[in-house]
Design a protein around this ligand. Structure first.
Ligand code: FAD
Ligand code: DLZ
Ligand code: SF4
Length: 506
């Protein structure tokens, strides 16, 4: 009897584990469904990107001789959920079993685990092996360690893959060149970022559909320029390697007004839905170093993001779920302010990042971590609401990668699993790494008074609020020594001003 194989919107890879033993008589099922498009109100560009990429992928599978059933969002019989679409197939035809590659979110894994009973059909859930490490390898590495430090995991991944290795030694004699990767951009850059693609007929159809059906979702739909096929994603990769990678390291942490991308790759949305393979991406970057067209600090920094951070974050998610999602170590409970959606705030940095996010459904790591994330942590914004915001607004967001980055790294909400200290800073850091403060009505250097920068006031307010928790943390010693140097009267003023600001936020 044939097998039914369900392929999800972020499983657009021909080497998917659920397709490995596929037979021509099997049915491959893909479905655009309301439940997945609205469990958070995804950015309209994200929905358009995935629907278009799904349609292109299904066309490729059909060209390769597979039998595909594809439900479009506006098909009159669309049941609106993955379970409903599977059921429709089971009613239409007899199948031996259902095969699925493990999803990227725990909520779906739980649902799939129930299907065998509910659908009265054997359900086989296979590992997603489009990553470098398996869950078992991460669990083995994590077991018995007091702290999970990304750097050590990364070295294991370097050894396993042989990337940037000369025998058993790291290329250049050092594992990590991060210290060279923190330069601000002193001048406006003329570089206009990643390769862009003209929407084809399929994408234009999807854009019309999203325009029609998701008018109340966040984000601008057009201009739409994402790659939507594996071939286009590879072209975007080559473009990045050629034009951006040489500068990626130096300006990895820099931010600039009006410039959403700088020298970042903008490849995460392609990697995360399966259009690009992480190892292929890293090998291409390594080749650029070996042939002398990109410096080691850039290539090492880039490869570390993928085989280090990306794999580490995924390991943390699956190792700690389901409990991880309900953590809120700092008891943050303030509602998400409206300016996270409309960008209408005098804080120039937040306004810029929210507006870039609304336009592109992308923003780079430091914008996510040190602007919107930093503010959310400093202001004690409700963890679930902040996580849902990040899950909704970025084209690369799926819970396996969004949650540990947001709840763990940005909000310090997981009791030190992802990071050993909070990523918080005053306006001084934002001023050093960007030109946002130049056009802001606030003064990044002032802690109190009319013009005090909210980041700066809240930074000291945060240190005082959480003194019990962080005071004895070795990595916070300098921050607390600096706090002690502020005169007692000014500390009182900071408390008052911070309290007032937070009250107004609500
Ligand atoms: P580049 O700077 O060019 O980096 C290269 C690649 O490295 C990325 O494409 C990505 O695949 C990988 N990478 C880099 N940093 C990380 C990281 N911390 N975790 C996982 N992969 C990483 N990344 C997502 O892919 N999806 C998310 O939903 C997501 N949410 C985030 C939320 C917060 C609060 C923060 C601080 C970070 C988040 N990140 C997320 C990580 C990172 O910001 C993005 O991967 C990156 O900005 C994507 O842009 P890029 O492709 O230009 O990355
Ligand atoms: C994100 C998303 C969206 C917007 N729509 C669909 C869809 O219609 N059909 C589908 O199969 N997948 C979609 N996805 C991706 C899923 O939400 C994703 O597979 C899970 O979040 C697990 O990572
Ligand atoms: Fe942001 Fe403060 Fe700088 Fe204004 S002064 S841009 S609020 S850091």
């Amino acid at each position: 009897m044939p097998v039914l194989r369900l392929i999800l919107g972020d499983q657009l890879s021909e080497n998917l584990s659920s397709l490995r033993d596929v037979h021509k008589s099997d049915t491959l099922l893909m479905a655009e469904v309301r439940a997945e498009a609205t469990y958070v109100k995804h950015h309209r560009k994200k929905i358009a990107f995935l629907f278009s990429a799904m349609r292109h992928f299904s066309a490729t599978l059909a060209e390769h001789g597979h039998r595909i059933v594809y439900t479009k969002y506006d098909d009159p019989d669309n049941s609106g959920s993955l379970a409903g679409e599977v059921r429709r197939q089971l009613q239409a035809k007899k199948y031996d079993r259902l095969v699925i590659t493990e999803p990227g979110e725990y909520r779906l894994l739980e649902e799939f685990r129930d299907w065998e009973k509910k659908m009265k059909l054997p359900v086989e859930i296979r590992p997603d092996d489009r990553f470098i490490a398996s869950h078992e390898e991460f669990a083995e590495w994590a077991s018995g360690r007091k702290e999970l430090i990304m750097e050590y995991w990364y070295r294991q991944m370097r050894r396993n893959t042989g990337l940037l290795m000369n025998g058993d030694k790291p290329a250049g004699g050092q594992w990590n060149f991060d210290k060279q990767n923190r330069k601000p951009l002193k001048q406006k850059t003329a570089f206009k970022g990643p390769q862009q693609f003209e929407p084809d007929a399929i994408t234009r159809q999807v854009l019309a559909l999203v325009h029609e059906n998701f008018a109340d979702h966040f984000g601008e739909l057009e201009p739409f320029w994402f790659a939507v096929t594996a071939a286009q994603s590879r072209r975007a990769l080559s473009y990045f390697i050629r034009y951006s990678l040489p500068h990626f390291g130096d300006y990895q942490d820099a931010m600039q007004g009006g410039e959403a991308f700088l020298y970042h790759s903008l490849l995460s949305q392609y990697l995360n839905c399966g259009l690009l393979d992480p190892l292929e991406v890293c090998h291409k970057a390594e080749q650029a170093y070996r042939r002398g067209s990109a410096p080691l600090n850039a290539v090492e920094g880039f490869i570390r993001q993928i085989i280090g951070w990306r794999e580490f974050i995924r390991g943390i998610y699956w190792h700690h779920m389901p409990g991880y999602a309900s953590k809120n170590a700092l008891r943050a409970s303030r509602p998400l302010p409206k300016f996270y959606w409309d960008g209408a705030t005098d804080m120039q940095c937040i306004s810029e990042v929210v507006n870039m996010t609304r336009q592109h459904a992308c923003s780079h790591h430091i914008q996510r971590l040190m602007v919107t994330g930093n503010f959310a942590n400093l202001a004690g914004l409700e963890v679930r609401e902040v996580c849902d915001w990040y899950l909704a607004v970025y084209a690369d967001a799926y819970e396996w990668v969004e949650l540990p980055n947001t709840l763990g790294m940005a909000l310090c909400g997981d009791d030190g699993i992802v990071g050993t200290k909070p990523y918080v800073s005053s306006g001084a850091y934002i001023n050093r790494m960007s030109d946002f403060c130049k056009t802001c009505r606030y003064d990044h250097g002032r802690r109190v008074g009319e013009d005090a920068c909210p980041f700066t006031t809240l930074y000291w307010h945060y240190l005082m609020r959480h003194e019990k928790k962080f005071r004895d943390n070795r990595r916070m010693a300098m921050a607390y020594n600096n706090l002690q140097r502020i005169p007692a009267e000014e500390r009182k003023q900071i408390r008052r001003q911070g309290d007032k600001f937070l009250k107004q936020l609500e």
